[in-house]
Write a protein that binds this ligand. Structure first.
Ligand code: ZN
Length: 413
């Protein structure tokens, strides 16, 4: 029986979203939290984008050090052989790649403007796989962009060619959020049966069905005899109306009616980390968590009306599908209401020592404290908001890595 794996794409789809972005340190913290949560893979960035190079290399170093283990770090690029070469030139240690190309007639016509045929697209994808395989790759995923508007026979042909040339998975991208649970189930099941390879579900919320489509697609892949990989983002942040929300997807898979009897997550996911990652992403993106967000919203366990309050007090199961503790909620939170000393780009040693002392961090020498403070100042320059405790602790613990993350000198061509 196939299993469901989570591939979180916050650090790719999330950060490419209009009006939103994350600093390299924030992206790193997202990877750390995803790893703590037990997420299988993070699509951690863009290996052909020059300002990502230091960040990507530093995160691969963290993987090497055992900090980002066992999570897989995978880069996303276009399925173009030249881009594969650029990716390896800029980030030589990258071992997992997603290669993306449009497959629908709409996009082949509308983006390549008559310069590429369906056959050319297939050829480009195969060349990109061959290029990736010539380097020491551990896994290659091929993304069919706009798969839901792609002619199924062509999609099968495309997927078979990908498999034949050594791709490990096909990503079925419902790029415009056009599918519904019924259509995606049927399409993905047929696709899986014909390709005999695992399928990734990449769903968007333009019609409000990203999570529903993701689990319906996963059911299709598993019923078709393979593993399913669901793409999520933290708080559903992604292009336009967003992607399948990580926490909501985990809840849907594990809590929805009869689903988990047959369709299960691979590995062990710590749902108790849900609030932590959701709150951090909200702060880092500067986007509040909606009050009615599944699991992590302020109202997810709030009751006011007489009948509901009475019912939940008698037995929470009357009006709650799952316990708040399962999501890591319910712990008291310390909020400073008096004097505050916070980190900033112009912080000095006295204030900084006070902040770190409160977290019970001490330094072996004045030089060390000054070095960490300098890095904290730079981190503040990049994020333009006070750093959270985990960011400060990260810098104090891994100053050499932090230095790399904060290095944004344009690279030579
Ligand atoms: Zn997307």
């Amino acid at each position: 029986m196939g299993k469901i794996y989570i591939i979180d794409v916050t650090n790719r789809d999330g950060v490419q979203t209009a009006k939103l972005g994350l600093s390299k340190l924030e992206k790193t913290l997202i990877n750390v939290y995803l790893n703590e949560m037990g997420v299988f893979q993070s699509e951690f960035g863009f290996p052909t984008t020059r300002h990502e190079s230091h960040y990507l290399k530093a995160n691969l170093e963290l993987a090497e050090m055992g900090v980002l283990q066992p999570i897989r770090l995978e880069g996303w690029i276009r399925a173009v052989a030249e881009d594969v070469e650029t990716a390896f030139k800029l980030v030589p240690d990258i071992r997992h790649l997603s290669l993306s190309i449009s497959t629908s007639q709409q996009m082949i016509n509308g983006k390549f403007l008559g310069k590429k045929s369906k056959q050319d697209v297939l050829g480009m994808m195969v060349e990109a796989i061959e290029a990736a395989k010539s380097h020491r790759m551990e896994s290659i995923g091929v993304n069919a962009e706009d798969a839901s508007r792609t002619d199924l026979d062509y999609l099968i042909k495309f997927g078979l060619a990908a498999r034949e040339h050594g791709a490990d998975r096909l990503r079925y991208c419902d790029t415009l959020g056009y599918d519904n649970p019924f259509t995606i189930y049927e399409t993905v099941k047929t696709l899986t049966e014909r390709l005999e390879m695992p399928i990734e579900l990449h769903c968007h919320g333009d019609l409000g069905m990203a999570v529903a489509n993701s689990i319906a697609g996963a059911k299709g892949a598993i019923d078709g005899g393979q593993d399913a990989y669901i793409n999520t983002t933290v708080n559903g942040i992604g292009e336009r109306a967003g992607n399948a929300d990580l926490v909501a997807t985990l809840l849907a898979v594990t809590k929805s009616r009869r689903f988990a009897e047959k369709y299960q997550l691979a590995g062990s996911i710590k749902l108790t980390k849900a609030v932590k990652i959701a709150e951090f992403a909200s702060y880092a993106f500067g986007v509040p968590i909606p009050i009615n967000q599944p699991g992590v919203g302020a109202n997810a366990f709030a009751h006011a009306s007489g009948i509901h309050a009475d019912g939940v007090l008698k037995d929470p199961e009357n009006y709650e599908l799952y316990d708040f503790k399962e999501l890591g909620r319910g712990k008291p939170k310390f909020v400073e209401t008096g004097r505050e000393i916070i980190s900033g780009q112009y912080s000095g040693i006295s204030g900084f020592s006070h902040i770190m002392g409160k977290m019970e961090v001490s330094f072996s020498s004045k030089e060390e404290a000054n070095e960490i403070l300098e890095l904290v100042r730079y981190a503040n320059v990049e994020s333009q908001k006070p750093l959270v405790e985990d960011e400060l602790l990260f810098i104090a613990r891994y100053p050499a890595i932090a230095r790399k993350l904060l290095t944004l000198t344009p690279l030579d061509y």
